[in-house]
Design a protein around this ligand. Structure first.
Ligand code: CAA
Ligand code: NAI
Length: 712
């Protein structure tokens, strides 16, 4: 609702719809009623609109989308029209976040005030839609087309000070917002509102619009990676040079197009799933969940290993205000890490944050921390040695977490006397940037330990997802079948750049080979050596070249590593790199290596379509997701989707692998394709459809119904 009150000549409308004051139907109705009342009352000479509680309205009620409530009159356009055409000055007083429809309400008002901490923006593009309540028409009239394109296609929130310098906000007010807003409203009473109506202004430099759009087009398309909303936003902004009503009609037409596309519900699903993962439950025992398990308080953290991951994790922890003891065995590496951390922390607070960091080379210095995150080399023997030491030196209640990318948490826990306090906390590189935190519970991990790992994720701004223990956990296990199929495609005739192009056109930021070069081709190689699948010098003795333990195996990645081509760090991997450059250039040496291999093993090169590449790489990955659900390693399909959206660059506009499988491909079609491919390649185990998928197609089940995400 919107509470109506008067303070002398000022009518105050306070939106009260927690948690974010979104424009649910009852709020829209109350605003229209309030405005009418204020207009009718001769004692009222001005109107203030603000939000109660934590924020100015943060936009439309996304939960209403697709339901009758969203289109129930009055709609948001009618509310904003009533504000715009109100004969008494309307002042929007902003605190918290004025987003989407909320920011559009502010733009429809005659004056805008903001507190210094306020933020505002039009993030609709992230929901697969556009600012459809006049945002694409009013914002360019204030800031020009170029800035409007930048703000709307990025969905970025700007701070009050920037809004002031862009002319969006009229004044930044300190102190009590209500008091300030009422006093400001009084000061403008009686002034004509006509020249304050943004809708009646013209776009600055309107004659240059086509030029500006043309200049932005390429970058926007590249960044959109297949999402249709960004360029559609631009088309709407382009119409802002038309008379206001005509521009609004164009905006409505384009909004209808986006609202009915398959991408908008996918992106809205992603929005809610990102929040839903916080309501975790134990995949195998639903009685253990975010409500029943209480986290321990974490104030200090030990980080063991100050390499790539340990460094990133430490930055992340310090940024969140935690105390960190960073331990490393290599003094040179420790110094290097401290320097990098110092450089990365923002100038403003670097010294205060650095004062929270203690460095150590002696394990006893970890004695008082609340949790330790181990990030030493991916080697089971070493991890066990480290956990034994940690168990001996830390206080009994300290939680011991491993950042392993796929080793067995139970095996690590077994060397300690506190297996209930051992958990996996799998960060993604760069750890201070990537939002995903895959938390892995072991057989004996206690609910309290799980809850603490999940809570730590929230504290440090991560999107934490709880999963079970299996090789590679959820993310890397699913990735295994994707990378395996990518190299099988090379055998058959594709070149690395063909595979990468197809996957990037689908929407990933990088295809598997460019990704391999970035992270280092030796990461997988070391893993295969550790598993005895290969050696540093080729296949283990008496091993057939193309099979390992009964499964098809492609040794091309091992051959690449044996040539010393370890990726960008050695200047060559699947591609070659000019000194100092990260641009992947196809390399005749690699193409020849692949061609020789095909000849040696009797593969006949054929042309492989982009569609086949995408299906062959992504369908087995999704298929593995079904196995994971079947085994109870992930509780809900949305947990898998969030892992892929936040950790692996899966394109957000498709909702995530499991959403995409069900709502875009269709489970029946997915099954049919997997059956076709597995008939063609009977020895590619990951192409064999999962029993769960078969079952769901046969019985007509839905993924949402498998978990607790049925309300989405
Ligand atoms: N509609 C419905 N629910 C919303 C919502 C919205 N616009 N925005 C947030 N929520 C819900 C969240 O789902 C969450 O619910 P649960 O607690 O049940 O999970 C709750 O509000 C709190 O949200 P957050 O956990 O995200 O809280 P936060 O403090 O971290 O962030 C926020 C607050 C910055 C407002 C963030 O929620 C956000 O970015 N919201 C989306 C804003 C947005 O996209 N607005 C545009 C809407 S579309 C529109 O307005 C269309 C138009 O032009 C006509
Ligand atoms: P790294 O090689 O960059 O760093 C490991 C560090 O551990 C080195 O600095 C080494 O000196 C130190 N170390 C070795 N033994 C030690 C001991 N006994 N005590 C203290 N320090 C010791 O390795 P990276 O990449 O940071 O990986 C660490 C862990 O994180 C591994 O388990 C890896 O699988 C995992 N991981 C790595 C990711 C990546 O992209 N690099 C992503 C996610 C997880």
């Amino acid at each position: 609702m919107a509470e109506y009150s008067t303070l002398g000549s000022v009518a105050v409308l306070q939106v009260n719809n927690p948690p974010v004051n979104s424009f649910s139907h009852h709020v829209r109705q109350a605003l229209v009623d309030g405005l009418e009342r204020a207009q009718r009352d001769p004692a009222v000479r001005s109107i203030v609109i603000m939000g109660k509680g934590r924020t100015f309205p943060a936009g439309a009620d996304i939960r209403e989308f697709g339901s009758g409530a969203a289109v129930k009159m009055p709609n948001l356009l009618m509310v904003l029209q009533a504000v715009d055409t109100c004969q008494k000055p309307v002042v929007s007083a902003i605190h918290g976040t004025a987003l989407g429809g909320g920011f559009e309400l502010a733009l429809a008002s005659h004056y805008r005030l903001a507190v210094p901490s306020a933020r505002m923006g039009l993030p609709e593009v992230h929901l697969g839609i556009l600012p459809g309540a006049g945002g694409t028409q009013r914002l360019p009239r204030v800031v020009g087309v170029k800035t409007a394109i930048q703000m709307i296609t990025s969905g970025q929130h700007i701070k009050a000070q920037q809004a002031l310098s862009l002319g969006i906000v009229d004044k930044i007010v300190q102190g009590d917002l209500l008091k300030e807003a009422v006093s400001f409203a009084r000061s403008v009473e009686g002034r004509p509102v006509e020249d304050r109506r943004i809708s009646q202004k013209t776009v600055p430099e309107a004659d240059k619009v086509d030029e500006v759009v043309e200049a932005a087009r390429k970058t926007i398309l590249r960044k959109a990676r297949g999402a249709i909303a960004p360029m559609t936003c631009v088309q709407a902004i382009q119409a802002s040079v038309l008379p206001f009503e005509a521009g609004m009609a164009r905006e409505a037409e384009l909004m209808a197009f986006l609202m009915t596309s398959w991408q908008a519900p996918a992106q809205q699903y992603a929005f809610f799933s990102e929040r839903e993962v916080r309501r975790w439950s134990h995949p195998r025992d639903k009685r253990i969940n975010f409500k029943t398990a209480k986290p321990r308080v974490v104030k200090s953290v030990g980080v063991v290993g100050a390499g790539t991951m340990g460094m990133g994790i430490t930055i992340n922890l310090l940024q969140a205000g935690l105390k960190v003891v960073m331990l490393e065995v290599n003094k040179k590496q420790l110094d290097k890490a401290v320097n990098t951390i110092k450089k990365t922390l923002s100038q403003k607070s670097a010294s205060q944050k650095m004062s929270q960091l203690t460095t150590a080379m002696d394990y006893s210095q970890l004695r008082d921390v609340d949790i330790v995150i181990e990030a030493v080399f991916e080697n089971m023997r070493l991890k066990k040695e480290v956990f034994r030491k940690l168990d001996a030196v830390t206080k009994p209640q300290t939680i011991l977490a491993s950042n392993t990318s796929g080793l067995n948490i139970d095996e690590i826990a077994a060397v300690t006397k506190r297996p209930d306090k051992v958990v996996g906390t799998h960060f993604f590189a760069p750890a201070n940037v990537m939002r995903l935190l895959e938390n892995i519970y072991g057989r004996q991990t206690s609910p309290e330990t799980v809850a603490t790992a999940m809570q730590l994720g929230v504290t440090i701004g991560k999107v934490g997802v709880l999963v079970g223990n299996c090789p590679g956990f959820v993310g890397n296990r699913m990735l295994g079948s994707y990378t395996a199929e990518a190299v099988f495609l090379l055998e058959e005739g594709a070149e690395p750049q063909d595979v990468d192009r197809a996957i990037e056109e689908f929407g990933f930021p990088m295809g598997p080979f460019r990704m391999g070069d970035l992270s280092g081709t030796d990461i997988g190689w070391k893993g295969r050596i550790a598993k005895g699948l290969t050696t540093e010098h080729g296949p283990p003795p008496a091993t057939p070249a193309l099979y390992r333990r009964g499964n098809r195996y492609c040794p091309l990645p091992d051959m690449l590593c044996m040539k010393g081509r370890l990726g960008q760090k050695t200047g060559a991997g699947w591609y070659r790199y000019e000194p100092g450059s990260r641009t992947a250039l196809p390399d005749p040496v690699v193409l020849q290596m692949i061609q020789d291999y095909r000849q040696e093993h009797g593969f006949k090169k054929r042309t492989i379509s982009s569609q086949e590449i995408v299906e062959r790489c992504l369908y087995p990955l999704i298929n593995e997701g079904f196995h994971i659900l079947d085994e109870g390693i992930a509780a809900r399909s949305l947990d898998i989707d969030v892992i892929y959206l936040f950790g692996y660059g899966w394109p957000r506009h498709t909702g995530g692998p499991m959403y995409y499988a069900e709502r875009v491909i269709g489970l029946e079609k997915l099954l049919c394709s997997l059956e076709t491919y597995s008939a063609r390649y009977p020895d590619h185990a990951h192409l064999q459809p999962s029993p769960l998928l078969r079952n769901m197609v046969a019985k007509g089940g839905s993924l949402a119904a498998l978990g607790t995400d049925s309300k989405l």
